[in-house]
Ligand binder design. Structure first.
Ligand SMILES: Cc1ncc(COP(=O)(O)O)c(C=O)c1O
Length: 414
């Protein structure tokens, strides 16, 4: 029986949790960026790397889930195999073998809750505190976040239109090795990179792999946007060029199907995959969804959606580029991406990107400043926009307002 005494606290908990949080959480709290605008409200969203919500594949997803529950019980509502539904692994092995032009066994693939948790899985499997990770600079903040939380020492190497600058990478690796550091991972987003939209050239891919082999460094290749090219596919993957060894390839259905699906995978050679799946912590990922995805691949829905997305993104990219030329050709410089979701805008030197974002927010437009994408964050005169989320008319209006905001910030500076 419960008495009043049972519910009476036994002691006073002093306010504040500073003594509880690990240093990595304290650092993460400090790095948090406030966008200053309500993300969910009625604003024009150039900030979100998501497909247009009016074209999400709700009907196909619902039909596949219903079919799974009607035809495959009881396994969809039971614990899944830790590395994911074996039948999806088999279907994906074939799909990834075709894409990478190499034979792939289902056991080489581990599924996780999105590409994000796949990276966490890789970090757990390979990183010791103090190991060095080299990323492109700028890179996707989610990637940087995972490596920071792994207590890795992160170094960034600049990128240009051909990808990571390999002569700088070579210099850095030599310095680090001379200082006795263990360089464990080079992380790359080689195809239509987030945030720059750049694609790593074949030559640079080969140069990175040569350096990785020299220092016995793993290459983590994030191929989130690889299938979403407009005209020409990107060069062969790092995985292909390396013959499958020394590379982990991180993939996701987020950008090709829908971000809410939260299913991603790691592909690696058999020995690497073994260690990665051993360091996997979940009791299997969502069986209903992985089985539904298997059906969507088998009946051609995923391929159709990828094709539809390529065509739509191409139109969206053209509209965004035309709007920038029209409203701010002189002040916002960019390189047209050949695929993916993003445009990376360079502002005149010394312009505060943060101020531009705040000004645009006043006009109900959201976009991101460059700083969170860099390993060292401060003072970067860049803006990132995602053209994936809105159709051409709204993109045009949003960019018109951003251009106005940038011009106001520039006028106030002079
Ligand atoms: C390069 C890259 N990798 C991974 C992700 C996230 O993938 P997921 O939603 O599967 O975790 C993103 C999302 O923006 C991304 O840009």
């Amino acid at each position: 029986m419960t008495t009043t005494d049972d519910r009476t606290p036994t002691g006073e908990w002093a306010p504040g949790y500073d003594d509880i949080f690990a240093q990595r959480a304290k650092n993460a709290l400090q790095r948090r960026v406030s966008l200053g605008v309500d993300t969910w409200g009625d604003v024009l969203k150039l900030n979100w790397g998501m497909p247009d919500p009016d074209f999400l594949p709700a009907e196909e997803t619902a039909a596949a889930i219903t079919a799974v529950l009607r035809e495959e019980m009881p396994s969809p509502l039971e614990y899944e195999w830790p590395q994911g539904d074996p039948t999806l692994r088999a279907v994906m092995a074939k799909r990834l073998a075709d894409q990478n032009s190499l034979p792939i066994e289902p056991t080489q693939i581990t599924f996780n809750g999105g590409s994000s948790l796949s990276l966490e899985n890789v970090c757990r499997a390979v990183l010791e505190p103090g190991d060095v990770v080299i990323t492109e600079d700028p890179s996707y903040p989610g990637t940087l976040h995972h490596y920071r939380l792994s207590d890795a020492e992160i170094h960034g190497v600049p990128v240009d239109e051909e990808g990571i600058q390999t002569w700088k990478l070579a210099e850095l690796m030599e310095q680090l090795a001379t200082a006795g550091k263990r360089i464990k991972v080079i992380h790359t987003i080689p195809d239509f990179q987030n945030p720059t939209g750049y694609t790593t050239s074949l030559r640079r891919r080969r140069e990175v792999l040569a350096l990785a082999a020299q220092y016995r460094t793993l290459v983590a290749e994030d191929v989130a946007y690889r299938e979403l090219y407009f005209e020409t596919p990107p060069p062969p993957s790092f995985y292909t060029l390396a013959g499958g060894e020394g590379v982990v390839q991180l993939g996701t259905f987020a950008k090709t199907w829908a971000t809410g699906i939260r299913v991603g995978w790691v592909l690696a050679s058999p020995q690497l995959a073994d260690g990665i799946s051993a360091a996997h912590t979940e009791a299997g990922i969502t069986a209903v969804l992985t089985r539904a995805l298997r059906r969507l691949i088998e009946d051609g829905s995923l391929d159709r959606r990828v094709q539809q997305q390529r065509e739509m993104l191409w139109r969206q990219r053209d509209a965004a580029c035309a709007a920038i030329e029209r409203y701010a050709g002189e002040t916002m410089r960019f390189t047209k991406p050949d695929g993916g979701y993003f445009l990376w805008l360079r502002l005149p030197e010394g312009t505060s990107a943060e101020q531009c974002v705040i000004e645009a927010g006043k006009e109900q437009v959201m976009l991101l400043p460059g700083a969170p994408f860099f390993v060292q964050r401060a003072g970067q005169p860049f803006l990132r926009i995602a053209f994936s989320y809105m159709q051409p008319d709204r993109l045009d209006e949003a960019i018109r307002r951003v251009a106005g905001a940038v011009h106001r910030v520039l006028a106030a500076k002079t």
